[in-house]
Ligand binder design. Structure first.
Ligand code: MV4
Length: 452
């Protein structure tokens, strides 16, 4: 096992990684920008190193400063958390060239999944179901139109270097195809420096359902069930839950088994998430995330497995401590992401937290790095914490969630908690049958009501 881990992140995930390390008897070093000198992770870590000014590109993305901090403090391994350098294969290669262990997958697997055309091709080879579409990249608008006509409209044009919802165009008829194709191409070039695009049949009302997978360096790979992350706004997840209210044990075993088999064939190491669109009982591969995700706690709550500790053990060369037949999914978990934002306009609201009180009690978990008097810097993402609740079933979980939201106090800045409370009272959310478009449609209706 490692003696010392360097945490190359901030906020709640930096603290989350620190906690896992401490429970494993591992020393921690946290790197931070000048804006985060007073962070909870800096206070709690065994050591801290300031790596630069507030802008992320000068600190949390500053590879040389991070490697220097690792060398200076004698760290064995680097945990990148999510965001920042977590899916940067060049960083992984540099970490390894300097003799440190990267707590995450192989650089080559990050590269494959970072290119959406290659990712989809790999998914097909590994036996995962995909959305019908072009066989890889589409050379020009004429070829694209021919494929679209054969498949039938609507279709969606996606950028190979896109992801997370960026660089997509939905086309509903043949006469708008060529123009949209051109726009998709030039936007892809402008945003990602790569104008490679591909085409898929557009699914009208899917859910976003993702499978948590894990592999080790001994050839083992497992899945830990799904998370339903369909409650989104502008491709930002707002609420996540496990298990999905629409997935049967039979469906889970089937898609989970395919996902685990795929990872075993690939030799995937560490935590990963395979994202699927789900419609009419069918799963379609969308993307794979090669990192620990924000919403990992809902899986932890229903499996009892510490996913970050597992990442660290696997990186250190240990076998997975969980075996396929020993995994039991217990009850239901829901997470809401608490952002320091206006709950109606979603405008970020940095500033000082005057009063803070985390909800507690049975089945309540609050993953956050904020405290009374904490100043939220304006330089980063507005997520200040996550409220995660567990119940024996979805109904108990929902009641507990409403109770815990009402109990939470974050004074001094606006937060999305009122939005979360509102969501928990919506009939479609309660039924669990919501799709990826549900939240934005409801918010549009509310805006109309407010205007009247
Ligand atoms: C789709 C789709 C419908 N049909 N692909 C959005 C994020 C990116 N990973 C892929 N996305 C989508 N791909 C086909 N063939 C709809 C979306 C999509 C979406 C997916 C998941 C969660 C929220 C979404 C919001 C809008 C569109």
């Amino acid at each position: 096992m490692f003696k010392k881990v360097l945490i190359a992140n901030r906020g709640e995930i930096a603290l989350r990684i620190h906690r896992a390390c401490k429970e494993m008897g591992v020393q921690t070093v946290v790197v931070h920008s000048t804006a985060d000198a007073n962070s909870m992770a800096v206070r709690l870590a065994d050591e801290s190193v300031c790596i630069g000014p507030p802008p992320a590109r000068d600190s949390y993305l500053n590879i040389h400063a991070i490697l220097s901090a690792a060398a200076l403090t004698g760290a064995d391994a680097i945990h990148p958390g999510y965001g920042f350098l977590s899916e940067n294969s060049a960083f992984v290669r540099m970490v390894e060239e300097h003799g440190f262990t990267f707590i995450g997958p192989k650089a080559e697997h990050i590269d494959i999944m970072g290119d959406k055309v290659q990712a989809k091709k790999t998914a097909i080879e590994l036996g995962l179901p995909v959305v019908p579409g072009s066989d890889g990249a589409v050379e020009n608008a004429e070829v694209g139109l021919k494929i679209a006509k054969e498949m039938g409209f609507p279709v969606i044009i996606k950028a190979a270097s896109g992801g997370g919802g960026r660089g997509m165009k939905v086309v509903r008829s043949a006469d708008e195809f060529k123009e949209q194709f051109g726009t998709a191409r030039s936007e892809a070039k402008a945003n990602f420096g790569d104008d490679t695009v591909y085409i898929e049949k557009f699914l009208e009302k899917p859910k976003h359902i993702e499978i948590q997978v894990f592999g080790d360096k001994h050839g083992n790979a497992i899945h830990l069930g799904e998370r339903d992350c369909s409650v989104q706004r502008r491709h930002q997840k707002v609420v996540e839950e496990a298990p999905s209210p629409v997935i049967t044990d039979e469906l889970r075993d089937k898609i989970g088994g395919l996902a685990a088999d795929a990872m075993r064939k690939m030799g995937y190491v560490g935590a990963g998430t395979i994202e699927f669109l789900y419609e009419n009982g069918e799963f379609y591969f969308m993307e794979m995330n090669t990192r620990i995700q924000v919403e990992h706690p809902v899986t932890e709550m229903i499996t009892g497995i510490d996913l970050v500790a597992e990442q660290i053990r696997v990186a250190a060369g240990e076998e997975l401590t969980v075996q396929k037949d020993k995994i039991r999914l217990r009850g239901h978990a829901i997470e809401v992401r608490i952002n320091a934002e206006d709950p109606q306009t979603f405008i970020p609201c940095p500033g000082e937290i005057k009063q803070f009180h985390a909800a507690g009690g049975l089945g309540v978990r609050f993953d956050s790095a904020v405290y009374n008097g904490y100043r939220i810097p304006p330089n980063y993402d507005s997520m200040i914490g996550k409220l995660i609740v567990h119940g024996r079933n979805r109904e108990e979980c929902l009641r507990r969630l409403r109770r815990a939201i009402m109990e939470t106090v974050v004074d001094g800045v606006k937060t999305t908690l009122p939005l979360h409370h509102w969501i928990t009272e919506q009939p479609e959310f309660i039924k669990g049958e919501y799709t990826i478009h549900w939240l934005e449609k409801e918010l549009a209706k509310e805006a109309l009501k407010d205007a009247a």
